[in-house]
Write a protein of this length. Structure first.
Length: 51
């Protein structure tokens, strides 16, 4: 997935933790169209959740 734009809908704090909600826009990764320079291997921040 090649992400191109992000819309942040809100930042809040709940139980002492920050929460960011929003929408990420993109398209399927196409190696003929997109150049990949660095690959993200994993989320390393403790407690980070990606949905």
């Amino acid at each position: 997935l090649a992400l191109a734009r992000f819309q942040v809908n809100g930042i809040s704090m709940m139980n002492g933790r920050y929460r960011l909600t929003g929408i990420a826009y993109g398209e399927p990764l196409n190696f003929e169209k997109h150049t990949v320079k660095t690959e993200v291997k994993a989320a390393t921040y403790a407690g980070l959740l990606y949905k």
